[in-house]
Every structure is written in C-alpha cells, then in structure tokens.
Design a protein around this ligand. Sequence first.
Ligand code: ADP
Ligand code: ASP
Ligand code: MG
Length: 486
Amino acid sequence: MSGARKVEERVGEARTALVVMKFGGTSVEDAKAMLRTAAIVRGRRERGLKPVVVVSAMAKVTDQLLAAGAAAGRGDKVGALAIAARLRNRHLETAADLLADDLLAGTRTAICAEFDALDDLLRGIAAVGELTPRTSDNVVGFGERVSSQMVAAAFARHGLGGAHVDARSCIVTDDHFGKAAPLEAVIEAKLTQLVLPLVQAGQTPVLGGFIGATADGIATTLGRGGSDYTAALVGGGLRAGAIEIWTDVNGIMTTDPRICADALRVKTISFEEAAELAYFGAKVLHPATILPAVQKNIPVWVLNSRNAQNEGTKITAMAAPCASPFKSIAVKKKLTIIDIVASRMLMSHGYLKAVFDVFDRFECAIDMVSTSEVSVSLTVESHGRLAAICTELGKIADVKLEGGKALICMVGEDIRGRSGISGRVFSAIRHINVRMISQGASEINMSFMIEESDVDEAVRALHAEFFAEPDPTVFDVESRAVAVKA
Ligand code: ADP
Ligand code: ASP
Ligand code: MG
C-alpha cells in the first residue's frame, strides 16, 4: 500500500478528493437533465475529484408513486396500475433517449423488472385493500431504485465509470416506516465495504437517495426530501471532503424564489442557520441533512444543475459577519393551530406534561408553543392524526383547531443581541394578522404564524424591508432567481 493511500485510509481522516454529489428530481427529470448531470460529474472528475453520486427519483415520480399506493389501498387496482404503467413508459422513453447503444437493452430489462415488481406489489395492496406504512415505503422507493440505475448506465456510457449501488444495501435504518432513522455506524461500515472500493478503482458509484432498508432487508424511506439526507449520510460515512446538493436554484436564497422573484443567492451561511431554515420550511434542504456534515465538519454546497458555473451557497461552521440582520426567510405552510383551554386542571402541576404526552404518543412534532394562565396554543403540521389527537386532548381540556395557517421564520445569526429588529419586522407586515410569535431559544430565528393566504404578501414585504440594501459580502447582489420550477 502506498504512503498516500495509508494516509487516506487513516480512521477519521477526511478524504478530501472524495465529493458526494446529490442531484434532486429536477436534475434528473429527463434525458437532457441526466446528461447535464453527467457533464457536471465529468467536470469534477477532470479536476481530480472522486465523485460519489446520490440521485432522487425523476421529478414528480415520488408523488405519483404515493398516488398509486393510495389508489391500491382504496382497492382501485385499475387506477393504481394505470399510474404505474405511465411511470414505466416515462422511464423507458427516457432510457431510450439517454442510451442509444447496447447499454439500453440491459437497462430496459432492469427497468421492466422493477416495474413488474411494482405492479405485483400494487395488485397485492389492492387485494388486501389496505396500505400500511411499511408497504407504502416499499412502493415510493421505486422512483429512486430506477432513476439510480438509469443514471449509472448513462455515466457508464459517457466514460465516467458509472457503477450502480443499491442504496438499500448501505443505508441501514430502523423500522420507523415513512421517516426511518439511519444507523450511522452500520452505514459507515457498509459504505466502506461496498462504495469505497469502487471509488478507489476510479469508478463513479451511483446510489438512489431517500431509500434504505432495515437490517433484515425491509425497505424503508428517510422521509420526503430525504435524498439530501442520504447525501449527508454518505458524505459523513465516507468522510468526504465536500457534499454538493445540486438543485434547480442558484443556492440557498434570501427566500423561496417562487414567492419572491427578487430573492438573492446567499453566498455563505452557517450550519446552524441552514438547519433552522430547513427545519422551518425552506425546501431547498432536508432538515436532517446538516447534522452528519456538522459532526464530521464537512462543508456543504448548494448548487444549480441548470447553471453549473454559479458559485452556489457554501454552508460552513461559522457564519460570516453580515451587515444585514437576516440571511433568509423560510415559509412552512399547511399548519394548524391547536388551542387547548384547561377545563378543570387550570395549569396544575403535570398538566403540560399530560398535553405533550398526547402529542408524543401520536409522534406529532410541535413547531411552536405559547402559553397563558389557562391555555396553551400549539402549532403542528396538518395531517390525518389530528382528529385522534383532539379526541385524546378533549379528555383533559377544551380543544379548538384552526387550519390553513403558515409559519414565517426569519433566520440570521446577526439578530443575536440586536435591538429594534422585531419592531421593523412587525411594522413591515402591520396590515397582516399575526397569530403567534416566537423568538426561538437558538436566538437566530424569529417566527410567527399568519394565514396561509397572507404568505406571499408578508414575505414580499419582509424581503423588501430587510434585503433592499443587501451586504455584498454575503449576498450575491448580481444574481436573481434563475430557475423557477415549472
Ligand atoms: P430538489 O428536487 O433538487 O431536491 P427541491 O424542490 O426539494 O429540489 O428544493 C428546491 C426548491 O426549494 C426550489 O425550487 C425553491 O422553490 C425552494 N426553496 C424554498 N425556500 C428556498 C430558499 N430559501 N432558497 C432556495 N430555494 C428555496
Ligand atoms: N424523491 C423523494 C421525494 O420527492 C426524495 C427526494 O427527492 O429527496 O421526496
Ligand atoms: Mg429536495
């Protein structure tokens, strides 16, 4: 073994040339996008880097798989199989556009085998008339199973040494279907055994994001948007020099460019700020992505696969000093406020615990809490379990639900210790009814609840107030939102 290799393999050493590149749904949405992806990977290899690639399902495929699973669960076999047939055709057509040579035959066979298995699964679900979380994970995982095989074949065709690795063999998780927790030590061992040798042999391993399996081989998923998380797990497990999240916008922007066309690229942002943004709704990054990267101190970049020359956003341990108090405004929609009025116990000792225990039992995360002497207001994502939660809470309190709410979260390290910021925030949106306010314990966010219908107006007003004169060291004043999703 050469001296250099010995150094590279020392436990704990960052493999600086190894870069994990994750391409989201729009970056693999059709043959053209997959070829752009191949060109970006080629560029990295030509610079002497060693890419490990993680891909999402082709754009919108996960939603369609969920719809197929739901149809089957209702006993609608015909509807479910029709969705699967459309997906099969889309993948076969894309493969035909992508692979005009002998690689096509093998890839077609692989795609058909996957879709045959999906059809069987949907028939089984329709026969039983019930979709369990476990079978749902099996169904939704097909998108990444197929896209990763197609991208690996495209990389092989284009001389990039594409080698497909079934993510279910590496990303080992618990059995919390729908949002499984990764077992990081096991994942690290599997990646070292199955992926690292391919990198060392000069190949480009390609894994599907989002999907994993339990130690017993039962398919799981990491939750919606989970391919970012896979990238961070792979980067952390292989001690990569960098993790790149390739998407359809120039980086982390000052707000969602779909809401505010003036959004600017944020050049650098801290791990803490990015985690806060992701948690409070900025879809550009999955909330769990940051942790494995922080633990190993691996820089994360967010980049635009449609504008690969752009510098993107660098997420680093420390925030750069910034003249503007906020870095970005996140929006989380489809929230419900639950007002709980203590009927008998009047906030007696143990009352709040009893309330929170109910949410805990239903595994329902709470975004915001405010309390008064006799009442507690909480905000949660609107979902099917709310009715059952209310029934339980009704045993100890009077409960009122109000749906259609949204959370606006303003994030920035530079609000710590500054005065007058909340005055500016609330005067910018003085015409909008604000329901709940919280300045997070982390001191780097300021959040409040409004009606969903007021979101666009509020975000634009806040953006105009805080990003009219952006600090050019932190914000790319030249750039404007480039790609807005179709
Ligand atoms: P991918 O499929 O590549 O994972 P996503 O759709 O999950 O992409 O995330 C990218 C989208 O996130 C963008 O198209 C944009 O509309 C949205 N977004 C929301 N908030 C932000 C933000 N602060 N910065 C950039 N994009 C954002
Ligand atoms: N395809 C999955 C989703 O749409 C995972 C991802 O794209 O990150 O949620
Ligand atoms: Mg995403």
